[in-house]
Ligand binder design. Structure first.
Ligand SMILES: [Ca+2]
Ligand SMILES: [Ca+2]
Length: 302
């Protein structure tokens, strides 16, 4: 599917305001954007089947992190609590009856970028976790302002609870994304050869070649691109984001799945063109991977 530009069609009734401002570095910023709530039409009839049918819902006032949670912010949580993520401990067998033993080993799924004469691919790496996103014993020295990855659903929930916050619902996330006018413009400026970059996606043909027109093949530091009209960064692209919603059960799998939103740096126009507010995907709640992160939310009147 070739997509040049996505158009937002949903009705929106709300106002937004920045609830807290501080002078912290972006990597540790707790800035949030608050919304008064209102009506929104979720979904789209123009793209993937799972985005249908259109659903009109009302969203109560809420506040949303302006940034994806960074490695630095997650590190503070771990230092304060001693928490170990699912990727570090392995899933709890009692949560997954019937799964084979290899399912419970520590580690996570890493996308291995294509080398010459090869395709990119997913690989389970026993050492991969939020501290070591590539699973190669590399340090985090240059990655602390990147979004935290290899975060299972429970890991995201525990972080949010530590801050007396929660994960956004799918409706809240999509409400914020649509109201913010979030759109990925894929058109290329013929004079400069660059696109009008507003998000970190896969430029080029996935999984063969990444032109890195947005500057990054993998994750980018949070807040690297212009924010949306409400001051929220990276809703589309960079990393997929967990929501609180359970994905509708379909098929034979008994593993619980949750909705993730926004697409990632691995989404290209020729594959997984899900860098749109309406796009949604199921994700096993016990598996983070190298392109899934999150941001937190709260009820506005707390
Ligand atoms: Ca990119
Ligand atoms: Ca994102």
């Amino acid at each position: 599917m070739k997509i040049t530009k996505f158009v937002l069609t949903s009705a929106l009734v709300l106002t937004a305001s920045s609830c807290s401002q501080n002078k912290e570095p972006v990597a540790t910023s707790t800035k949030e954007v608050c919304f008064d709530g209102g009506s929104v039409t979720l979904g789209s009839t123009e793209h993937y089947p799972e985005e249908q049918p259109l659903r009109s819902v009302k969203v109560a006032p809420f506040c949303l992190d302006a940034y994806e949670v960074s490695v630095s912010r997650y590190e503070r949580f771990v230092q304060a609590t001693g928490y170990k993520t699912v990727a570090e401990t392995g899933p709890n067998p009692s949560d997954y009856p019937g799964q084979p033993p290899e399912y419970f080993q520590p580690g996570s799924a890493v996308f291995v970028f294509p080398a010459r004469s090869s395709l990119g691919r997913w690989s389970f790496k026993p050492l991969a976790n939020w501290r070591d996103p590539q699973g190669t014993s590399t340090s985090l020295i240059d990655a602390e302002d990147h979004p935290v990855t290899h975060i299972a659903f429970e890991d995201a929930q525990r972080y949010a609870s530590w801050l007396d916050r929660r994960l956004p619902t799918e409706a809240e996330w999509e409400f914020a994304a649509k109201h913010g006018g979030n759109v990925v413009d894929l058109s290329i400026d013929e004079r400069t050869g660059k696109r009008n970059v507003s998000a970190n996606i896969w430029d080029g043909e996935f999984p063969i070649f990444n032109t890195k027109l947005d500057g990054y093949a993998g994750t980018s530091p949070i807040g690297s691109y212009v924010p949306d009209v409400n001051g929220v960064y990276d809703l589309l692209g960079n990393v997929w984001e967990w929501t609180a919603d359970t994905y509708d059960k379909k098929g034979a799998s008994t593993i619980e799945k949750h909705v993730i939103k926004g697409g990632s740096h691995l989404c290209a126009s020729n594959f997984c063109a899900r860098f749109r507010p309406e796009a949604r995907q199921p994700q096993e709640h016990g598996l983070g991977t190298s392109h899934i992160g999150f941001r937190t939310a709260r009820d506005k009147h707390q």
